[in-house]
Design a protein around this ligand. Sequence first.
Ligand code: PLP
Length: 398
Amino acid sequence: MSALYGTYARSPLAFERGEGVRLFSQDGTPYLDFHAGIAVNALGHSDPHLVATLKSAAEKVWHTSNVFTIPEQEKLGQRLVEHTFADACFFTNSGTESIECAIKTARHYFWAKGETDRYEIIAFTGSFHGRSLGAVAAGGNPSYLEGFGPPLAGFRHLAPGDLKAVEALVTPQTCAILIEPVQGEGGVTAMSAEFMRGLRALCDKHGMLLILDEVQCGYGRTGKFFAHEWAGIEPDIMAVAKGIGGGFPLGACLAKGEVAKSMVPGTHGSTYGGNPLACTIGNAVLDRVLEPGFFEHVERMGARLAWQLQQLQQRFPQYIVEQRGKGLLAGIKITPPVREFVARLRDDHHMLCQGAGDNVLRLLPPLVVTEADIDDAAARIAAAFEAIEAETAAKATA
Ligand code: PLP
């Protein structure tokens, strides 16, 4: 009997070590990792630069406090600002905290301007923003809200895709629109560039802020540093996490200077957020992500994965309904129950991946994945479908 909360339907499988795109279980069995800790291990496992950085950082200062200057945090913030739309960052330990900071920043911006009633945020069904009370209210998924008392007020939800319907929800109280450019948990749904540009235009028209949740789709996963770059737009605020720490808990809320400026001492804080150890590792991840050719590699591998999934769909039209996603945030909507299919891939074919909403199989390999790994993954998925086919045929003749 485990001493842990029963909040996860855990597999008994446990891992001892990892190397690149492979994880090794306690009995030494290798697993092909197209899960990457749910889009976290951007550089795979045991990346030599990250390992060396962590070892040397362990002998220096792990933690001080945000009441002191943290040079590693200043450096990471400066580098993020130089490579994005943003002018200022707040560092966190998780995606949820980055979203909380984004919501607070948007609301406080208008409050400080004297628009104290302007706190409503338009958000979208099928999105996932985390599990704090603020983040579940922002996500709006009734099953995550049930049983936890009154949800945080001020969110209006609708299905993504229809700009006129979005505009119809705008009131004088609306301060921002919040969206994942590619919905991850909800079913690997990529927003069109037109929709993203339309949201930007709506925000400009009504003086609202555009908040992007790039916790899952950002940090190179779609083949650009951030997914919104595909639409040629900039947000006002953006939540980042997962890939930014390469496996070390780290997140960030990025904002334009004008928007961030109301967040003065006393408005927000975190004991651990952006501590020296986390930011040293964040800088090491960024060294690799900003290497010339890194995003091009992701784009090429994303195209290879999309091609392989298309081949699979042609071969197994009875099992694959639709192909989804962008770059290395890829998915296929399948007909077999996805939870069982994920377990089958894991237990029988030693491949790790994750389910998503709408019965989608989500493929999230480390961004350093190779063409051979992708071909290997496709072969394992094909073998799993073949096994289902054989079992179905055997049942039919029994
Ligand atoms: N936002 C998105 C888009 C996510 O995918 C997640 C987690 O999966 C979160 C926010 C919450 O991040 P965390 O679990 O690090 O708090």
